[in-house]
Design a protein around this ligand. Structure first.
Ligand code: HEM
Length: 515
């Protein structure tokens, strides 16, 4: 098969030096993907700096091949990896190949369904503590409503919930936003990964495609503001992690040990079996990884859910009616995971929010060997040749578009571009089959295969707990500046306000005590 990815169709590059990369990544998350998908289909050639060809991919079969059939033959690109390594250390996000397999086998048992279901009371309790603060803000206004910037509250509630569930540790950031850890994490994604300048993108592309890994590693030591933030987060969170590990080790020596994820990791660290062992730096890195992967992602997933509820009052009312009818009938003080499963519209709203606003809009992959990608639908290249598969040379960089896959009309229905939870109840979504992607509901949101999100059940339980508490207690309405809300691409898709991006994450909603 004699085709080169250079002959695939794609947008014209505005610059030889920078290629199309700034246009792709400086726009709002997913915006260019949706536009290009409409013009070129599910496989798009993107020019990178100096004429390099990359792929923007949303074809289901090709993505299934990369994530399910290829083992570790597609790795994370070096630039992204070494920066993640600088923030989080050599944990799951950073590791590749055998290191990754070993780490994942040790970490996964902590994320089993039974273990996580036992965390539901913790999630419900932090949701209710957060809403108690909201009630006092509203009461202080002497009214029945107030405008609240919801992301700063949710992020602290989830930092605390993650700390208690995963590490049996109280971060206390809901009660005190000035703790070192809460301060380090505030705005971290935006400050490290927020829209980079053209020059920064050029350096990142060089790290990904041309420079040896050792040089890229060295470059992460350069004292520029973004990397200073990354290193600062790593220093502070590693200090907390070391303290925690010492505490858990002391408990273990006394023969006491808890069921939280950290206790499990510390036990693994004490193992004599090399395959089950995590060296200490990897142990600290897992904690950093779980905190960052755990709370930034779910915070934004919840923020986008509240925004869509404010945009769709009919959905919000229907959801509140279901939740209240169920809570009245159940009349218990503590909800369980089974209770969430008994509210189908709640689950439909959560699924639709995760589909429409995947918190990570791209997964970045790099072909470590020559390969051939099978396609769901044939494509036509610039020479008019019909292709049913495409050869991928070693070293090809692939932007796997989670955002665009989640809007595939064959899978999610002809109105996939609209927010509509009913699709999950009306049987519109194609049932899962052998070539489906994703660990949950046919969604690519948590990706799939060997590197799928380990915390997807954790996130779902948190989302169900928080949405139940929030819609039961409050009505959400848009404020006058809602038209300025941006889907800011900064590793996780974060709401910001046009013209005020430098102020950090912002989602202001009118929050009214629900009648
Ligand atoms: C709505 C919330 C969440 C979303 C959308 C999400 C999404 C993702 C995605 C897309 C990846 C793969 C990234 C890649 O390989 O390029 C990932 C990995 C990961 N996630 Fe999540 N995540 C969420 C919540 C969580 C939570 C709550 C935790 C832990 C408490 C967690 C822990 C992890 C870890 C440890 C990895 C690395 C897995 C590996 O490489 O083996 N995530 N997540």
């Amino acid at each position: 098969l004699r085709v080169s990815i250079a002959r695939l169709r794609g947008p014209v590059s505005p610059s030889f030096l920078y290629g199309y990369i700034p246009t792709l990544v400086q726009d709002q998350a997913g915006a260019k993907d949706f536009q290009l998908q409409g013009t070129y289909g599910d496989v798009i050639r993107i020019r990178a700096p100096l004429g390099e060809n990359r792929l923007l991919l949303m074809d289901p079969k090709a993505l299934h091949h990369i994530f399910y059939n290829s083992g570790y033959r597609y790795s994370k690109p070096t630039g992204i990896r070494v920066i993640l390594g600088a923030v989080l250390g050599p944990g799951l996000f950073y590791a590749e190949g055998e290191d990754h397999r070993r780490q994942r086998n040790i970490v996964l048992p902590g994320f089993g369904s039974r273990e996580l279901r036992s965390f539901v009371p913790i999630f419900c309790s932090y949701a209710s503590r957060m809403t108690a603060y909201w009630r006092s803000i509203i009461a202080a206004d002497n009214s029945d409503s107030a405008v609240i910037e919801v992301t700063s509250w949710i992020t602290r509630a989830l930092l605390d919930a993650t700390g208690e569930a995963a590490f049996d540790y109280q971060f206390g950031s809901l009660d005190n936003s000035e703790t070192d850890l809460a301060k380090a994490y505030a705005h971290m994604a935006l400050n490290v990964f927020g829209v980079p300048s053209k020059l920064a993108l050029l350096v990142l592309c060089a790290m990904d495609s041309w420079l040896p890994e050792s040089v890229s590693q060295f470059l992460t030591n350069i004292p520029v503001p973004r990397l200073n933030v990354a290193r600062n987060v790593n220093t502070i969170s590693t200090k907390v992690a070391k303290g925690l590990v010492d505490d858990k080790q002391a408990l273990l020596l006394e023969g006491k040990s808890n069921k939280d994820i950290m206790s499990l990791l510390v036990k693994a660290n004490a193992s004599e079996d090399r395959k089950k062992k995590l060296p200490e730096n990897e142990l600290w890195a897992q904690m950093n990884t779980i905190i960052v992967a755990g709370h930034e992602t779910t915070t934004n997933a919840l923020a986008w859910t509240l925004l869509e509820l404010a945009r769709h009052p009919d959905v919000q009312t229907k959801l509140r009616t279901e939740v209240r009818a169920y809570l009245r009938k159940r009349a218990v003080s503590e909800l369980t995971a089974d209770d969430f499963d008994s509210m189908p519209y709640l689950t439909a709203v959560v699924k639709e929010s995760l589909r429409f606003h995947p918190t990570l809009h791209h997964a970045y992959r790099y072909a470590c060997e020559d390969d051939v990608l099978p396609l769901s639908q044939s494509i036509i290249d610039v020479d008019g040749k019909v292709l049913t598969e495409i050869p991928i040379p070693k070293g090809t960089y692939v932007f796997c578009s989670i955002a665009a896959y989640n809007r595939n009309k064959e899978i999610f229905g002809v109105d996939a571009d609209l927010y509509n939870p009913e699709r999950w109840l009306e049987g519109t979504v194609k049932p899962r089959n052998d070539t489906s992607i994703g660990v949950y509901a046919n969604l690519f949101t948590f990706i799939g295969g060997k590197r799928s999100c380990t915390g997807w059940r954790f996130a779902l339980l948190e989302m169900h707990a928080f949405v139940t508490e929030l819609v039961n207690g409050f009505e959400f309405k848009l404020t006058a500046d809602a038209h300025r809300i941006r889907r800011e691409p900064c590793a996780v898709v974060t709401p910001t306000l046009e013209g005020e991006v430098d102020k950090g994450p912002q989602l202001k909603l009118k929050v009214k005590i629900a009648s």
